[in-house]
Design a binder for this molecule. Structure first.
Ligand code: HEM
Length: 370
């Protein structure tokens, strides 16, 4: 039968979903070994459901990445990207919540079959690593254990896939390229950086004066606060001063290029302008995806502490300590979170010239004043 003929033939629910395969894929090791442990079924199903969701995450993330890697992003695609990222964060919420289902198994029940699992571990989840690499986590920024690269636990074919994926452009990189192309940093005679620099100077001078003149703070407290503001100054300098930013990049303290950082800042500050609304929502959703992944890491570590205490993992890591450390170290899009340091109140924002405002408005509403 040709594909054309096949199109409208009937299909059965169970065949369509390949339920035979799916429902016969729960093979309890404890049963095979003649010592059945009731909760192993839950353990397997929860992990399988995770892997299915990881598949969907990859499907959606790749589609967003591909729509950004062309060198030109159709504005219509940004709406689709926002929608897909939104779906991803909804799935991530489920992934975090699902750990509660896992926790209905008590640590003692887990011990009924844990010994049969060595050296299997979530550390060997190919799809989880694929998501991390797709988002932009680089090998050199990973925590390692057992003195072996993280890919050593995979088959040759899987290793090649991960290596090729990392060699290509990640989400962080395609978004960086897109941000670097933003035309609005120099737009219709308006130059964003000098205007922003002026506003920051005025704000910091005012804040320092307010601290110095405070009648509540002691001289020591004033000095300390002004010293602490110095740290904020250095963060501002990372945007205002390209050389400082280059130094931070070299030290691995930031990953996003100078121009892309400035563009992300502009989009954040002027997000109410019609043309910047979708790009803002996109960046915001991307930050959500990263934040949810970090939240999952913390939550998973917490569950591991509950299940295992300080026992080492089946994969050979220190267990809880290793997982807790990954939550901080494997934060992929932290540069977008750091943008908040650079935000200034709306009241301090340089007013955009009328012509620039018009340029950032929707063409139709500008023309017809609806
Ligand atoms: C009883 C439940 C669980 C326990 C006790 C547990 C324990 C651990 C431990 C100790 C590690 C560190 C690596 C090692 O030494 O093995 C780990 C890693 C991991 N686990 Fe779990 N886990 C549980 C459930 C889950 C579930 C339901 C998932 C969902 C897919 C999952 C996914 C992962 C992933 C992806 C890693 C690698 C994390 C990384 O290296 O950043 N785990 N797990």
């Amino acid at each position: 039968m040709s594909t054309e003929d096949k199109k409208y033939t009937s299909v059965h629910y169970s065949d369509y979903l390949a339920l035979d395969k799916l429902l016969s894929a729960q093979n309890l090791r404890s049963e095979e070994l003649g010592v059945p442990a009731h909760d192993e079924m839950l353990f397997i199903i929860v992990h399988q459901v995770y892997e299915l969701w990881f598949k969907e995450l990859i499907h959606d993330l790749e589609s967003v990445l591909h729509s950004f890697e062309q060198g030109y992003v159709d504005e219509r695609n940004i709406r689709v990207a926002v929608q897909r990222l939104n779906r991803i964060t909804e799935i991530q919420k489920l992934l975090i919540d699902q750990l509660r289902v896992m926790e209905t198994m008590t640590p003692l029940d887990f011990l009924d079959f844990r010994n049969y699992l060595f050296p299997a571990s979530g550390f060997q989840s190919f799809q989880f690593r694929y998501v991390e690499v797709l988002l932009g986590l680089k090998s050199e920024n990973r925590l390692t254990y057992n003195q072996a690269p993280y890919i050593s636990v995979f088959s040759k074919e899987q290793r090649e896939k991960l290596i090729n994926l990392e060699a290509g452009k990640s989400m962080l990189e395609v978004v960086q390229d897109w941000l670097e192309r933003t035309p609005f940093l120099e737009f219709k005679g308006f130059s964003f950086l000098p205007a922003y620099r002026g506003a920051v100077d005025r704000m910091i001078t005012r804040e320092k004066a307010a601290i110095s003149q405070s009648s509540i703070l002691t001289d020591e407290e004033k000095e300390m606060r002004i010293r602490m503001m110095g740290d904020t100054d250095s963060w501002f300098a990372s945007v205002l001063d390209e050389k400082v930013h280059a130094q931070l990049m070299q030290e691995g303290k930031c990953k996003l290029s100078y121009r892309a950082t400035v563009a992300a800042l502009l989009i954040n500050l002027y997000r109410d302008e019609p043309i910047l609304q979708m790009p803002f929502m996109f960046i915001n959703k991307l930050v959500d995806v990263d934040a949810m992944l970090t939240m999952w890491r913390y939550r998973h570590a917490q569950m591991v502490m509950r299940m295992l205490g300080r026992k080492i993992g089946t994969g050979g890591s220190s267990g809880y300590d290793y997982l807790q450390a990954t939550a901080g170290k494997h934060h992929i899009l932290s540069d977008f979170h750091n943008i908040s340091t650079l935000l200034i109140p709306r009241s301090e924002l340089p007013e955009l010239p009328e012509d620039v405002k018009k340029g950032l408005n929707f063409y139709y509403s500008e023309k017809h004043k609806i």
